[in-house]
Design a protein around this ligand. Sequence first.
Ligand code: TYD
Length: 392
Amino acid sequence: MSFGKMPIANSFLKKNQFNKQYFYNMEAGFCNTCFTFQLIKIPKAKMMFNNNYAYLASTSSVMKKHWNKLSKKIIKKSKLNTKSFVVEIGSNDGIFLKNIAKKKINHLGVDASKNVCEIAKSKGINSLNDFFNIKTAKKIKLKYGQADVIVSTNTMHHIENINSVVKGMCELIKDDGIIITEDPSLKEMLKKNAYDQIYAEHMYIWSLSSMSYLFKKYGMEIYDIENNNLHGGCSRYFIAKRNKKKISSRVISQMKLEKRIGLNKLSTFKKFQKRIVTLRGELKSILSKLKKRNKIIVGYGAPAKSTTILNFCDINFKLIDKIFDNTPTKIGKFTPGKSLIKIEDSKKFKKTFSDYCVLFAWNHKKEILSKEKHYSKQHGKWIIPVPKLKIV
Ligand code: TYD
C-alpha cells in the first residue's frame, strides 16, 4: 500500500526550512505470520525523535484525565507504595508519571526526545533522555532495581527495533510485575478508515493478534485487554510473564473477533486501500469546489495525522488558509511536506472568519466542538475527514 512521498509527520517547519525537508517513500505492508501491519521503510529514529519533538501530550484536558485515571487504577490494582518502582517508556511531558510522582512512588520516565524530557523534569518527574532498549533496561535495572509496573502508552508503535524493547521490558520487570501498553488499534483504524494513523512515527498499528505474537516470543502473555476511544480508538494490553495471570474472557473474545473481521488476512487491507483512495478523492474534490466558490477554508488541529492527510490528498496552503492549534511547539510554524499551511494559536479561531473548517484533530471532536460552539452558531461548517467525509 503506497502513500507516496511523505515528510516526517511531526516536523513542523519554520519558513527557512521549507527547502531542507526530508522525504521518504511511505509504504505499508502486512505480515501473514506475525499479523503485524507496519511501514516497510522507516526513517532513522533520530529524524523523528530529537530535541524538538512537537507533540505535547498535556495539551488535551481529556488526555490528562485519562492518564490520571490509569495511574489511580494501577496504584490500586498493583498495591503500589513508596517502595514500588514504576517505569514509563515514552513518558513525553510527564502527563502520566506526574500522578505517580505526586504519590511519592519511585518512578522513572524514559523518552528519546530531549525537549519533552526537560518539560517533565521541570514538573519534578525523574526522567531519562534515551531510547529504551535492552541496553537501557539493563542500566536501569542495575541502578534502580526491577520494576513493579512498566507502562508504555502510544509508544510501541513508534519504535522500529521493537524486539529489543520487549526484551528490555522482560529484563526490567519483576517476576510478578505487570506491563501495560496502549496504542492505536488496527481494528479501529480499519473500521474508521483512519488512514491518517499511518506515518513514520506510527510505523506499526497493533492488534491483539500481533501484540500477542510479539510478547509470546519473550515468554510473556497478554492477560487482559481494554478498548477506549482515545486517539481514534486504542487498545490497552495488560501483560505478565507466562502463567502468572489468568487470561480474561475479554482476550479470548477479542482474538475471535479479530479473526472474524479478517485482521489475519491480506485481503482485508486491500479493501481498506480501496476505501481510502476514494476518501482521498472526495476530500480533495470538495475543498477544490469550495475554493472555486471563493469560500474561506481553515483547519483545526495540526496533529501528526494531518501530515498524512495533507500530503496523501495533495492539499496545501492554496486550499486551506491556516490551521489552528493549541500546541506551543507548533504555533507560528508550517505544516510539513508540500502542504506548508501556517499554524496559528487556536485562541484566534473565534476571531477569525471562515466558511469551512477541516477538523484534522477529529479524534478530539467532542472537546473541540464544545469549546468552539460559536462556529456552528455563526454558520461555520465543520468538515470531518473520516470515517466518511462529512460536513456538519
Ligand atoms: P493528537 O490527535 O492528540 O495527536 P497526534 O499528533 O498523535 O495525531 O493531536 C491533536 C492536535 O490537536 C494537537 O496538535 C493539539 C490540537 N488540539 C487543539 O488545538 N485544541 C484542542 O482542544 C485539542 C484537544 C487538541
